[in-house]
Design a protein around this ligand. Structure first.
Ligand code: GDP
Length: 161
């Protein structure tokens, strides 16, 4: 195999991005995913185990892992602890973090700013992070979040273009 072929293969491989979706039960992870791939959001069954979807966006192949939550209802404080612990995980070194503040169409929803405080995002120095308000039901601002995460990953990793 020539060098060019190897580089081409690497390039193809590197164009794949793995996104792991984690969040509170009922936060809207499956709805975000369905909305993004254009599936009917009114037909959502509770996620059992996990659900992997592959989609193409801006020339990138995104493998999105939507992990079904267990029955325990995590509270926001637990969520903060889990998030900060997760970021210390060696295998997530170099990962980019996007937080969706979903359900902004609902009056009681925590705003992006409030969630940023609740999750103590400002203390994160080890990873690139961004918080995006959105509504999976209206679809508003979802793409802004996805575009940000792709741009961030692409600018750091895909240097062969
Ligand atoms: P998951 O457990 O995180 O996968 O949450 P689901 O995607 O199953 O959504 C849980 C519930 O929240 C469903 O009834 C959705 O229709 C609803 N939901 C999800 N996103 C939004 C949103 O942006 N706005 C509103 N009003 N409801 C939402």
């Amino acid at each position: 195999m020539g060098l060019l072929t190897i580089l081409k293969k690497m390039k193809q491989k590197e164009k794949e991005i793995r996104l792991l979706m984690l969040g509170l039960d009922n936060a809207g992870k499956t709805t975000i995913l369905k909305r993004f791939i254009g599936e009917d959001i009114n037909k959502i069954e509770p996620t059992l185990g996990f659900n992997i979807q592959t989609l193409e966006h801006r020339g990138f192949k995104l493998n999105v892992w939507d992990i079904g939550d267990s029955a325990d209802k995590w509270r926001l404080d637990d969520c903060k602890t889990e998030l900060h612990q997760l970021l210390q995980e060696e295998r997530l070194a170099g990962a980019t973090l996007l937080v969706f503040a979903n359900k902004q169409d609902l009056p009681g929803a925590l705003s992006g700013g409030e969630l940023r405080q609740e999750l103590d995002l400002d203390s994160i120095r080890s990873h690139h992070w961004h918080i995006q308000w959105c509504s999976a039901v209206s679809g508003e601002k979802l793409l802004d979040g996805i575009d940000w995460i792709i741009a961030d990953i692409a600018s750091r990793i895909f240097t062969l273009e």
